[in-house]
Design a binder for this molecule. Structure first.
Ligand code: ATP
Ligand code: HMH
Length: 274
């Protein structure tokens, strides 16, 4: 297979730790060719978000249609969408162009606590995007918001919430346990067959966790066309993220929650099992 083209539809993070910047670094590290449609600019550092400037929805559509009438896209990662207008533009493009392997990271709030999605846009994510994605990757607060329930912090409640997210029309759910406490960081994958798989990794002791969610979802999108199924793509994406977290403290990108380190990874076709 030629190099896979992976598209990120997401916001910009000038600090380079999250958003399209994290996505492009991840795609490159995992052997993909990265493309981006930018939905919003943020003024952001490792300390927090000072402002958000949405791209007008018509211009999000213009970017998508221009790109998608030319390029072959092998997988898509959707991140920050900012508001309902942008969501509508993305939905229109998903309906007009048949895109394989759509991974939706339902980004709502940054690690710093700043909102990246208007509160009233959660309904549109739930109704219009969740059923169109092949995989959704909520963290615990995002799962609670999508379900309109309280946030839960134990594995058996996570399992139940993942099942209820499937009832919203999701094809697969990866419920991320980064916000749990304990020695390991555990995520749950539920598929159409109703089987739940557990992916657990050592919890790395670092404050530098800016962009972990962006990195994981884009790693899954980059690896999915190179793997047999989502289970394998999630396994290898999580290994990639854990290594990037392990080396995060080598960077010096600001005073707050710093980025993970996308250094020299190459896991192209079958490389992991070779
Ligand atoms: N300290 C850590 N050590 C190891 N893995 C972690 C750690 N923190 C988060 N993870 C993993 O990172 C991934 C992202 O999880 P998390 O719940 O932090 O996402 P998120 O809140 O969406 O991130 P973001 O802040 O980028 O939006 C998950 O696979 C989670 O298990
Ligand atoms: C642009 C952007 N997308 C996503 C996140 C989530 O971490 C962020 N902080 N910034």
């Amino acid at each position: 297979m030629s190099t896979c083209n992976i598209l990120s539809i997401a916001g910009s993070d000038p600090s380079g730790g999250a958003g399209v910047q994290a996505d492009l670094k991840t795609f490159s590290a995992l052997g993909g060719y990265g493309m981006t449609v930018i939905t919003a600019l943020t003024a952001q550092s490792t300390v927090g978000v000072a402002g958000v400037q949405e791209v007008p929805p018509e211009f999000v559509s213009r970017q998508l249609d221009t790109l998608l009438t030319d390029a072959r896209v092998d997988a898509v990662k959707i991140g920050m969408l900012a508001d309902t207008g942008v969501i509508r533009a993305v939905v229109k493009a998903l309906d007009a162009h048949e895109l394989p392997h759509v991974v939706l990271d339902p980004v709502m709030v940054a690690k710093s606590g700043d909102r990246l999605l208007a509160a009233e846009a959660v309904d549109a994510v739930r109704a219009d995007l969740v059923p169109r994605a092949d995989l959704i990757t909520p963290n615990l607060p995002e799962a609670a918001a999508l379900l309109d329930e309280n946030e839960r912090h134990d594995l058996s409640s996570m399992r139940e919430q993942a099942e209820r997210l499937m009832e919203l029309g999701a094809k697969r759910v990866l419920l991320k346990g980064g916000h749990l406490s304990g020695q390991s960081s555990t995520d749950l994958l539920v598929g159409t067959d109703g089987v739940t798989e557990t992916f657990s990794a050592e919890r790395i002791a670092t404050r530098n966790t800016h962009g972990t969610g962006c990195t994981l979802s884009s790693a899954i999108a980059a690896l999915r066309p190179q793997r047999r199924n989502y289970s394998e793509a999630v396994r290898d994406a999580k290994d990639y993220l854990t290594e990037a977290l392990r080396h995060a403290d080598e960077l010096d990108a600001g005073r707050g929650k710093g980025p993970v380190h996308h250094f020299h990874h190459w896991w192209g076709d079958g490389a992991r099992d070779a």
